[in-house]
Write a protein of this length. Structure first.
Length: 62
């Protein structure tokens, strides 16, 4: 059984002043505050969400 890759996603900028869509995307990724890090599976859906708000995030492979 193959193990799926993981991504460590960290919020590096505040969502204040950005569009509501960006705030909802952060919430969908599981991020609520700055410097918080979450671990997500590396899927096309997650990659798409990251691409939309890449200016608010730092992404590393786990």
């Amino acid at each position: 059984m193959a193990t799926s890759k993981k991504l460590l996603i960290t919020q590096i900028k505040s969502s204040i002043g950005y569009k509501p869509k960006a705030k909802k995307t952060l919430k969908a990724l599981g991020l609520r505050k700055m410097q918080q890090t979450v671990e997500q599976n590396d899927t096309p859906q997650i990659r798409g969400m990251i691409r939309v708000i890449d200016y608010l995030l730092k992404v590393e492979e786990a």
